[in-house]
Write a protein of this length. Structure first.
Length: 455
């Protein structure tokens, strides 16, 4: 028997068999048996219908062959394309949520993270993802994670979503040439700054600074406008300070739960995002809490959606040792050249755009840092509006800033609702305005809170 007899049909069955294997489907065995049957068939097959004569080829295989070939000339008309979920579908949202997730997630956590990317209920897509071997389910821990097959697809979808979400200004502001502040190697020291409200207790306010001093850390206590811990480079000759692009927030479990409930947690994250810090670390001191599910979801959102690093510590002393290790790493900056933006070029309204405009990473002075993050001096109504939006369930800090940037004020949002004719249009207004970067459920919830008289 010639080895290439009925090759078009064998190629078709082989492709179907590969697809079944990629999905982890049991139909692989059916296609494998059909492949062997056609390979052993002694004569040429003139049409897909004729294949029904072959032992081992049933109606399902014949139907697959008929879909694969045109009935007139037996030419292959298409090859099955790799699976890609539709934008806004549950499967797409789940993959984006799992992208770059360092650990497996529970059903509740992944559903919460996926909701902003989904037009409906994201969990409806999980069966599809597991059947196609894109997501793995661990029965022992009841958690889900991406498979090696699913990781490239999830990352591609996340990149596409970020590109759609990215705001592009039609007329970007122009900036004059900047002569940067230069800190040359060996002309400055790295100093750790701890917020004055970071204490062990009312009767032991200096405990943190004393312990850090004993560990050889140059530390000072200040009233920080943003963050609980940061580092500055202090120049020897004039005392000028540049703030390193590294902010730390410290939370006890009980404080974390309280801040989630009263909205402070979302507001703090929104302010950090608005400052544009390149590296943000949340240090969370672990202990037993009855609100474990709430905490797990908040931490997962902070890692995946806001892209902040979360460090768990067992005690205050463990946190102090971690800060000391970070300080040693930051001491390496003393051998590098640092560049800063002069204060006269800093404007609250255009600061984030300026940072993106500059090709070289520039730091800001401590004076500019305080001015940019002052709650009273530079807080605009748009900032307050973003903080209010961030308290809505499902609205991350990034999404809140996007919505606030579009409507500017609560009055602007209400006015936009007013011009629409029906409640259905109002419920989907933000969903449509944000290029579907905000899910329908979140869009409807915002409408309910801000426009409904019944809420």
């Amino acid at each position: 028997m010639p080895p290439l007899r009925n090759k078009p049909y064998l190629d078709c069955i082989a492709a179907l068999r590969r697809n079944a294997q990629a999905r982890g489907s049991k139909t692989w065995f059916t296609y494998n048996a059909a492949y062997k049957a056609i390979s052993n068939y002694p004569t040429d097959i003139k049409s897909p219908a004729e294949a029904h004569k072959i032992k081992g080829i049933g109606p399902a295989i014949v139907h697959a062959l008929q879909k694969w070939f045109t009935p007139s000339n037996n030419q292959q008309i298409s090859i099955a394309k790799p699976y890609t979920p539709v934008k806004g579908s549950g499967a797409c949202a789940l993959l984006i949520a799992l992208d770059n997730t360092p650990t497996a997630l529970s059903k509740t956590a992944i559903t919460t993270l996926a909701q902003p990317y989904c037009n409906g209920k994201p969990w409806s897509g999980m069966r599809t993802l597991t059947s196609k071997n894109l997501v793995d389910y661990n029965e022992d821990t009841a958690t889900y994670s991406l498979t090696d097959t699913g990781k490239p697809l999830a990352h591609r979808l996340a990149i596409q979503h970020a590109a759609i979400d990215e705001e592009v200004e039609s007329v970007p502001p122009s900036f004059p040439p900047i002569t940067p502040i230069i800190f040359h190697p060996g002309t400055f020291d790295i100093v750790l700054i701890v917020d004055m409200r970071e204490i062990k207790g009312v009767n032991d306010r200096d405990y943190i600074s004393k312990q850090l001093h004993e560990l050889g850390v140059a530390v000072e206590i200040c009233d920080l406008k943003l963050g609980d811990v940061l580092w500055v480079a202090r120049r020897h000759n004039d005392g000028m300070e540049l703030v390193l692009d590294y902010i730390i927030e410290r939370k006890r479990m009980d404080d974390l739960v309280a801040s989630i409930k009263d909205g402070r947690f979302a507001e703090q994250k929104a302010r950090i995002l608005n400052f544009g810090a390149a590296r943000v670390v949340y240090i969370i001191k672990d202990f037993a809490s009855p609100n474990l599910q709430t905490i797990t979801t908040a931490i997962s959102t902070t890692q995946v959606v806001d892209r902040f690093f979360v460090k768990h510590t067992k005690s205050l002393d463990h946190t102090i040792c971690y800060l000391a290790e970070l300080h040693k790493a930051h001491k390496a900056f003393e051998t590098q050249t640092l560049q800063g933006i002069p204060d006269e070029h800093i404007d609250y309204a255009t600061f984030l755009v300026l940072r993106k405009h500059l090709a070289t990473p520039y730091l800001v002075t401590y004076q500019s840092y305080s001015m940019l993050n002052s709650r009273s001096g530079n807080t605009t109504l748009c900032d307050v509006f973003a903080s209010m939006l961030a308290t809505v369930r499902g609205v991350s800090g990034t999404k809140a800033l996007m919505i606030a940037a579009r409507y500017c004020t609560p009055q602007g949002l209400i006015a936009a609702y007013d011009v629409l004719d029906s409640d259905a249009e109002r419920q989907l207004m933000i969903y449509n305005a944000m290029n579907k970067g905000v899910g329908t459920a979140v869009s409807m919830q915002i409408c309910k809170i801000w426009y409904s008289n019944k809420y």
